[in-house]
Design a protein around this ligand. Structure first.
Ligand SMILES: [Zn+2]
Length: 98
């Protein structure tokens, strides 16, 4: 782990404020929708109790969440993590799995 996640309240505030300092460092999984987002996502913000924060996209995927179609968390990560780009290509090549 490269980054120690701050506590839930701090991350939730960052989410509400679309704090770009956490962009790429923390992701929010929305338990009511099954989708995960960058903290800077333009979508309407979920309630705090419906948010679970993870520091990697891998952790979000393992938890069973799918990337948001508005903020594209995986495309941002693909720049720095080639393995994510490969995974993303595989998903796009097989839309039935989306
Ligand atoms: Zn989003």
């Amino acid at each position: 782990m490269l980054f120690d996640l701050p506590d839930h309240a701090t991350l939730y505030r960052a989410l509400l404020e679309r704090d770009s300092r956490y962009d790429g460092q923390a992701f929010v999984c929305v338990t009511t929708t099954g989708i995960f987002c960058r903290l800077t996502c333009p979508a309407r913000k979920p309630l705090a109790e419906n948010c679970a924060f993870h520091d990697t996209i891998g952790a979000c995927l393992e938890a069973g969440f799918r990337p948001c179609k508005r903020c594209h968390p995986m495309q941002a990560a693909a720049m720095s993590e080639p393995v994510i780009a490969t995974l993303l290509d595989a998903l796009e090549a097989d839309p039935a799995r989306n």
